[in-house]
Design a binder for this molecule. Structure first.
Ligand code: UDP
Length: 385
């Protein structure tokens, strides 16, 4: 083995835990510091004291991937139970199935269309003059037309992102499928599930290695870098620089907790698409663990707003203004020595959990290659832009 190194990983979320684990397994010493009082970042799960239900503290997290290696990797640390995300959505005082599928289309328009008829019908709704949709709004108008766009996407997106859908990139809508059959599975991925004992239990097992130490409630201090060979930073990219040329915009979420006996809404996630309902969705956490039984139920009403200093960042905004600032921070990051930026916050990207893990595995391999070839560890293994 190459000489043993000492690494500092800032952040005990998925990026930090996977990278730390891989480096520790390769024989290096890994010190992880985490500013929050828990591991697992925004996929943290904990038992609700009142109901005993396992809560997705930062909102719904369903694991889905086509990446066999990533699936096998997470399954090493925690048993995954099969779980299909089937979302319901309220609009105009009615409940529909999401993602948009044949049931949604037929119920919304009061029809009994078969797949080919539905496809042809939606074409009559769609704005075919839009040939190269760039914005969220254009993408929606091009593929589902104004009625479905107004009912399901416009209000929700305005609430979720705090701006008009024409200001957002088409890539956000491309996360959602539109299906001309009755498949209401939110994700099309081959592997889908939820860890039986929660994500925090999974991350705890990743971190359970003699080469790893974890300090919670420990914000990064630049003096820490002096005692290690390299720093891996999974905090906000601009945070590394003290936000000195401005803050990259994020949306944060507020959760209003309430409890109810039994089953309050009958499903895990109910979206509220109307602009005049202030929340975006309500999550009933017990439905994420149908293998458990609880008398009581705990629910989170979810509100989205612009993140202020001190708020937990959730979704990077990445609009024109942010992209210019991101370019500046990225250039500065590349000029730094002794630090690598990674993960959702470190590269300022909207990342699903499986992609985060894939990138952390690749980063760990990259680090080991740099060590064996005696080359500099780069500022980024995955580029922010
Ligand atoms: N979206 C919407 N209506 C919905 C659900 C989603 O308009 O009922 C839009 C919204 O802009 C959201 C995007 O689609 O940000 C992606 O949805 P996804 O479910 O992937 O969001 P996440 O679960 O990551 O918040």
């Amino acid at each position: 083995m190459a000489q043993q190194r000492e690494y500092l990983v800032v952040g005990a979320g998925l990026s930090g835990a996977v990278l730390g684990r891989e480096l520790a397994e390769a024989g290096h010493r890994v010190r992880i510091v985490e500013a929050r009082n828990h591991i697992a970042g925004n996929c943290h799960t904990e038992r609700d004291a009142e109901t005993g239900v396992l809560v997705h503290v930062y909102g719904p997290h369903i694991f889905h991937t086509n990446d066999t290696e990533v699936w096998e990797y997470v399954s090493r640390f925690e048993q995954f139970r099969p779980y299909k995300n089937r979302v319901k959505a309220q609009t105009g005082g009615r409940v529909f199935s999401l993602p948009m599928n044949l049931l949604t289309i037929n119920q919304f328009f009061g029809k009994t269309l078969r797949p080919d008829d539905a496809r042809a019908f939606i074409e009559t709704q769609a704005d075919l003059s839009i040939t190269d949709p760039q914005s969220f709004e254009d993408q929606a108008l091009r593929f589902v037309g104004p009625a479905l766009y107004e009912a399901f996407f416009k209000g929700y997106t305005q609430k979720q992102w705090g701006c008009h859908p024409r200001e957002l990139p088409a890539s956000i809508l491309k996360r959602l499928p539109v299906r001309f059959n009755y498949n209401d599975d939110y994700f099309a991925h081959r592997f889908q599930g939820i860890p039986e004992a929660g994500y925090t239990a999974m991350v705890a097992r990743m971190l359970d290695h003699p080469g790893i130490t974890v300090a919670l409630n420990t914000p990064y201090d630049p003096a820490m870098a002096d005692t290690v060979d390299h720093v891996f930073w999974s905090g906000p990219l601009d945070g590394w620089f003290g936000y000195d040329i401005g803050r990259l915009g994020y949306r944060t979420l507020d959760f209003e907790r309430f409890t109810a006996p039994g089953d309050w809404q009958g499903c895990a996630v109910m979206n509220y698409c109307d602009a005049d309902v202030p929340w975006t969705r309500i999550t009933e956490h017990k439905h994420f663990a149908p293998w458990e039984t609880h008398e009581g139920s705990v629910l989170y009403r979810e509100f989205s707003r612009a993140a202020e200093p001190g708020d937990t960042p959730f979704y990077p905004i990445r609009m024109v203004e942010e992209k210019a600032l991101l370019g500046q921070y990225t250039a500065r990051a590349r000029a730094e020595r002794g630090v690598t930026f990674m993960g959702r916050l470190g590269t300022y990207r909207y990342l699903d959990m499986d992609v985060t893990i894939r990138e952390a595995l690749d980063a760990a391999r990259g680090v080991l290659t740099c060590l064996s070839q005696d080359t500099k560890i780069p500022a980024f293994f995955s580029q922010p832009t």
